[in-house]
Design a protein around this ligand. Sequence first.
Ligand code: PEP
Ligand code: MG
Length: 890
Amino acid sequence: MTKFVYDFAEGNKDLKDLLGGKGANLAEMTNLGLPVPPGFTITTEACRAYLDTGSEPPGLQREIGEHLAALEEKMGKRLGDPDGPLLVSVRSGAKFSMPGMMDTVLNIGLTDASVVGLGDDRFAWDSYRRLIQMFGKTVRGVPGEEFEHALEDLKHVRSTENDLDLDAADLRKLVGTFKGIYKSHTGEDFPQDPREQLAAAIHAVFDSWNSERAILYRRQERIPADLGTAVNICSMVFGNLGSDSGTGVAFTRDPGSGVRGVYGDYLVNAQGEDVVAGIRNTVPLQELAHIDKSSYDELMDIMSTLERHYRDLCDIEFTIERGKLWMLQTRVGKRTAAAAFVIATQLVDEGMIDLDEALHRVSGGQLAQLMFPRFDAETKAEKLGRGMNASPGAAVGKAVFDSYTAVKWSRSGEKVILVRRETNPDDLNGMIAAEGILTSRGGKTSHAAVVARGMGKTCVCGAEELDVDTKRRRLLAPGGIVIEEGDVISIDGSTGQVYRGSVPVVPSPVAEYFEGHTDLSDDLVRAVDRLMRHADTTRRLGVRANADTPEDAARARRYGAQGIGLCRTEHMFLGDRRQHVERLILADSDAEREEVLAGLLPLQREDFIGIFEAMDGLPVTVRLLDPPLHEFLPDITELSVRVALAEARGEKHENDLRLLQAVHKLHEQNPMLGLRGVRLGLVIPGLFTMQVRAIAEAAAARISAGGDPRAEIMIPLVGAVQELEAVRSDAETVLAQVADETGVVINALIGTMIELPRAALTAGQIAEAAQFFSFGTNDLTQTTWGFSRDDVEAAFFSAYLEKGIFGVSPFETLDRDGVGRLVRIAAEEGRKARPDLKLGVCGEHGGDPDSVHFFHEVGLDYVSCSPFRVPVARLEAGRAASEAAGSDSR
Ligand code: PEP
Ligand code: MG
């Protein structure tokens, strides 16, 4: 027979699945001998059975009856007894905390008869009216405002604003009014059978698992929908029995900073819900030492017992009933990112946990939060609207509506925010010049978002309620607010909030530490330093950075990168060099093409020399050119308009016409799936060999200057081994030529990206021609799902996220089941064909905490991510390794 009900003395803290968090911890405290009001817990299994079938599972009523009888025996009182009744609370409690999402009913057991037994005084009638109110609202769906209005009306009649001014007679009258409200809505009298009250309250708690707000909360928090809630039946204790009673909440350390001390609030002569409702002001917990010294001392003892027992920060709810302390709840408490780091290392110093365990008490997500400057949380600044929190941080500056202005103004010392509908590669300079980027379209993997994250620059994207009018150079916000160019705005990349004016920014000591500026006097910085060191000694995965400039490479190195995993060369073809590429693509003779390539070669060589120098002694993976073609060609619509206008005006336009014909010829409906990557290299003769030559000559120059360049040449978007073989053979020829010409041997590895399902599925063949694989999980996600990277987030991802089809975008966290499966297959088959094959990943997922754990599991050698994510990846790689070691030894 399944057991559905557990006395508090029967459970323990590890039974959260069955007893929920609250029930398991009440049981744990009971077994520690702490003063917990006696009670019992109905399991989540009973709830699931009830929700599945619509009725209680067989045997549940009997078990509840037996436990209730035992409780009555223990308390020496009976539920609903007119001569001093036992009252109980009925509280929900799921495995994961869902604060305020489900139901609670207090004071079950009060009836017209038993209220007299409770004392027939102010307290008794107040308790009864609370029961009718809570029961009516949560169990029978009576609108809560009706009770509230009745209470307000009564206070009005009595000319007071304070509940405490109502006397027993008033409250007795209020009970009558409440019963009337109850009857008018339900058509029934308020139940006078305490067992009927109890059964109905239990069912209401079960049902509240599927309330709208609970469903929404679970979706947001990614809590499985099928867990169900436990129900805790607990004998009531009262904090509202006079000035020797009260209720409070406490933390064993400061959940904001981690500092040790006494943190909490206390409210004299009140019940828990009064604290939450904020009806009266609480006093700091320290005051309890003066109000009730012995309860205070006992509470301090209990708090230290709980901390030692749970080996972590605990939060607590307690009640004092006529000088007697009762523990109503405890759990491992939530804390800020800063407190998480500080507390984890404190607990190591206090001998409660070891450093491995400390690593699991923090996360890369928390570290990322700590690295960004933030706005003052108390800001009263005017909100303009909200977009997606694409790249964290806090940025303040004058709104500018094009990149040219961004660069110009920033050169003259202005701080600017680049505001665009969406950005494209042409905006790169403006993005670099700006403090932050705001767009009204596009999602978290839009151009603006990806590039901003790469730069570590604050970005809010897809703020659809803001109308960006680049022509009139202004921004329209809801409510008719107009922001003209030059007006100051503030954007919060951690929350997506956009403000008018300048919001004060608080700098991050943790970012300064990674930059090497800070000493270790700050508690938080010391904690971060200690855990980072431990992660570095524990991790197996290498961590590299995606960087295209010597400055980014140098920053990545300061942040602990062990090389560059992706140097995107297309960024080297923008700006002034763009015309060269346009000419190259449109060249209609070999001679013209060769002339352009010869012009590009020295520029590329200098690019690589700078990067090799910054990364001296460490690997640098240079990816050959991979942009979709359209990024280098003039906009087809603009060009068409220009030609049509010139025609109409009878002006000369042969060049534009020739260009338009060529652009038409090359125009693609799906440029992301078009002529890019290796395809471009194979179709435009000399392009890739020019790049290989530039890499080889740069490496030779560095070697001659006493440097130690470690070049790796990476071919993008390969789908078939034949593509790779063709490019590789040309590349080897060039490497040999440069070696001959310079007399310097260059040992560059040649490998490929795995970005297409076909590449993953034929990895065994491809590995024969590749010395390394780097998984391009951005494109691999795009091509596996058939989602266009540039469009989907704006088009339908928010609907998918809302409906719970995704918990998180697969462009953000690797889809282990689909894309991950391809990665696993390619890694296994690649290594089978070539055991020394080096494996890495350089898609955005390389800096995503959950994905890093997956890459550790499948045995990659390194992850590569934007420089600012490098510390996050180091920490998560350490956590992944120690987690795996922990489970091996178990
Ligand atoms: C990728 O596709 O994952 C990748 C790193 O390349 P890009 O984002 O430049 O296409
Ligand atoms: Mg790619």
